[in-house]
Write a protein that binds this ligand. Structure first.
Ligand code: NCD
Length: 303
């Protein structure tokens, strides 16, 4: 495997290998602090980011490597009309590995085909976000001790939320998982996720527009309504407050519920929820750095 474009590029064994490596990185970071000495990571971000870009950069720095890149399309030659393929081929001359975020679905795949170094999809439009999924899997594994037999609620913008699409695809591979898809009717998961992932694999799932399943959930994955992907502001304003998680809502949830969110949060989780031990989203942020360290090592062929 040269690149990571979709979570399906990794076998279940490879996923477990990354989780195990991340656990070792957490336990013994000193062992890895010079592993990427002399290596460079380029972060090519054509869309805003805080966690993904900075966790990639922190990951490479903690491995002893260095980083270069840009954080907005306007400061790159894309603004002069350069193609993604040409940009990727160019950066291959400067860096050993590339992490790319782009508003157009498929752009990182195009980059991977043109680059002679590994390319990681750091989010492409409303499509995929495989490294957030690696973060989510590591977090679920550390919080719950397993990736199987879990009832997972996804709540919010399931249509445009790329983290949701990648995580459903990943969790569908593990035995005994079931899904509750909580959203307004207009923001349900895209047809290809329903048909190609959920229906084709005969998975147990339910689409709903209410919180009634809360008491049965093992995991609640909250998401932001993705304002930038709406075609008109009025629809966004109408839908943005449809599901807000409050401490009252959690009254009948399991004591061991694990609440996740890829962040950034707008208002879909009330701040008071942060004090609840079940809120794991800031632990999730830290896990994101370690799993990206594991991924960089893997793609560079370093043990
Ligand atoms: C997510 C993204 O960019 O898709 N954020 C992230 O990478 N942690 C979620 C979002 O923007 O809502």
């Amino acid at each position: 495997m040269k690149d990571l474009i979709s979570i399906t590029d990794l076998t279940t064994e490879a996923l477990q290998g990354l989780i195990d490596k991340a656990q070792d990185l957490i336990a013994d970071p000193g062992k890895y602090c010079e592993k990427c000495k002399g290596k460079k990571l380029a972060t090519l971000f054509f869309e805003p980011s805080t966690r993904t870009r900075l966790s990639f950069e922190a990951a490479m720095l903690e491995l002893g490597g260095s980083v270069l890149g840009f954080s907005e399309a306007g400061s790159s030659s894309a603004s002069k009309g350069e193609s993604v393929a040409d940009t990727a081929q160019t950066i291959s001359c400067y860096a050993d590995i590339i992490a790319m975020r782009h508003p157009k679905e498929g752009a990182p795949l195009v980059a991977a085909q043109a680059a002679c170094v590994p390319v990681i999809n750091a989010g492409d439009g409303g499509h995929n976000h495989p490294t957030q999924t690696l973060t989510d899997l590591l977090t679920i594994y550390r919080e719950k001790g397993r990736l199987t037999k879990l009832k997972i609620g996804f709540c919010g913008d399931l249509k445009f939320g790329r983290t949701v699409h990648s995580l459903i695809t990943a969790m569908a591979r593990y035995q005994g998982n079931s899904f509750v898809l909580i959203s307004p009717e207009e923001l349900r998961v895209p047809g290809y996720i329903r048909k190609d992932t959920l229906d084709r694999n005969g998975l147990s799932y339910k689409e709903t527009d209410n919180w009634n399943d809360m008491p049965d959930l093992d995991i609640l994955y909250m998401t932001r309504v993705q304002r930038e992907r709406f075609f008109n502001e009025a629809d966004y304003l109408r839908l943005r407050d449809a599901f807000i998680l409050t401490t009252d809502r959690l009254a009948d949830a399991k004591g061991e519920l694990c609440i996740l969110h890829p962040l950034p949060r707008v208002n879909e989780i009330e701040r008071a929820v942060d004090r609840d031990e079940r809120a794991a989203y800031f632990r999730q942020v830290l896990n994101g750095k370690y799993i990206r360290m594991a991924l960089i090592l893997k793609l560079l062929g370093i043990d």
